[in-house]
Design a protein around this ligand. Structure first.
Ligand code: COA
Length: 293
């Protein structure tokens, strides 16, 4: 989905309507009383910095806005709203990714009464820096020590190590994986994965912590070191996979791999069929597919 940020002129009243549509349920909880239009409107216009507003545009439609205050070395997201009917479709993440390319530090406040937004920012790498009665303060700081690159000679031991640790930690329900030795993993990596796949690695402070193996549009392997689970590596690799194969992606995972299934489904993958993995494993598996919107 193409998400654009534009500084084009905008009607303040339209911004207020967007703000209200997205914020009313959370403000009502935070204040413990119904929406007081007069008060909220007055506060909104008092705080709005019209010159720092950028509209979020998708398919020529304004779907939200960001009021981003710029300082010398950092920026503050004063307000960011995506209209309810456009939420949960990756627009907010796309906006943050664009802002991250321009700033080394971005901070914001999120209502305590809005746990979804708090999770959303946490997933995007924002960390809590403080709190007030009704808000958590959060900040994201760019991390030049985090990168993704193509597999290079000399990466084998690290990649096989990540794969082996991650698989054994996740597949406690698969006897074949629990018996799978590091030597066997190295052999399969050399003889099966390397010759067939393009391999990418995620690197943190010079340490390989995740890898992705692509066979055409097939995600053949995607593994994150257990110590790094739920820190955004899977999402970063999946974004990369979508760029490498923009027309679509396919993959297999185990039916019992609930966390991987939740992860793929959150990223727009749908189940194509249920089956059984090839011998010697012979475990219930599931094929997933993602197609660009
Ligand atoms: C599946 C895997 C690649 C995801 O990578 P990751 O870096 O942990 O994922 P991200 O941090 O980008 O995304 C995390 C999101 O995935 C989902 N998810 C991940 N683990 C989950 C769990 N145990 N329970 C529920 N949801 C989970 C959630 O939506 C989560 O978002 P949240 O933390 O905000 O709730 C990784 O956990 C992994 O290596 N697992 C073991 C190997 C594996 O199963 N690979 C897939 C084989 S097909």
């Amino acid at each position: 989905m193409n998400v654009a940020l534009t500084a084009q002129p905008h009607a303040p009243e339209a911004l207020y309507r967007l703000f209200r549509s997205a914020m009313e349920p959370h403000v009502v909880v935070a204040r413990g009383e119904p929406w007081n239009d007069e008060r909220e409107r007055a506060q909104f216009f008092e705080q709005l910095a019209a010159a720092s507003v950028q509209l979020i545009v998708v398919k020529d439609q304004v779907v939200g806005f960001v009021d981003l205050r710029a300082f010398d070395d950092h920026s503050v997201v004063h307000t960011m709203v995506v209209a309810p009917q456009w939420q949960s479709s990756g627009i907010g993440s796309a906006v943050l990714e664009q802002l991250k390319t321009k700033w080394n530090r971005i901070s914001l406040s999120v209502l305590k009464a809005n746990p979804r937004a708090r999770r959303f920012y946490a997933r995007a790498g924002f960390r809590e820096t403080g709190s007030t009665e009704h808000h958590y303060q959060m900040a994201w700081v760019s991390n030049p020590s985090l990168s993704m690159r193509q597999y290079q000679e000399g990466d084998e031991a690290a990649v096989v190590g990540v794969w082996h640790r991650s698989g054994r930690a996740r597949y406690t329900f698969l006897p074949t994986w629990q018996e799978f030795s590091l030597d066997m993993a190295r052999k399969i990596f050399r003889e099966v994965i390397m010759p067939r796949c393009d391999i990418w690695v995620g690197v943190q402070d010079d340490r390989i912590v995740a890898y992705l193996a692509m066979n055409g549009s097939q995600i053949a392997r995607m593994y994150v070191d257990p110590s790094e689970w739920r820190r955004g590596w899977g999402s970063r690799l999946l974004e990369l996979a979508k760029k490498l194969s923009p027309g679509g992606l396919e993959l297999y995972t185990h039916q019992q791999n609930a966390s991987a299934r939740a992860f793929y489904e959150k990223h727009g993958f749908v189940v194509i069929r249920f089956g059984i993995s090839p011998p010697p494993e012979c475990a219930p598996d599931v094929e997933y597919r993602w197609r660009s919107a």
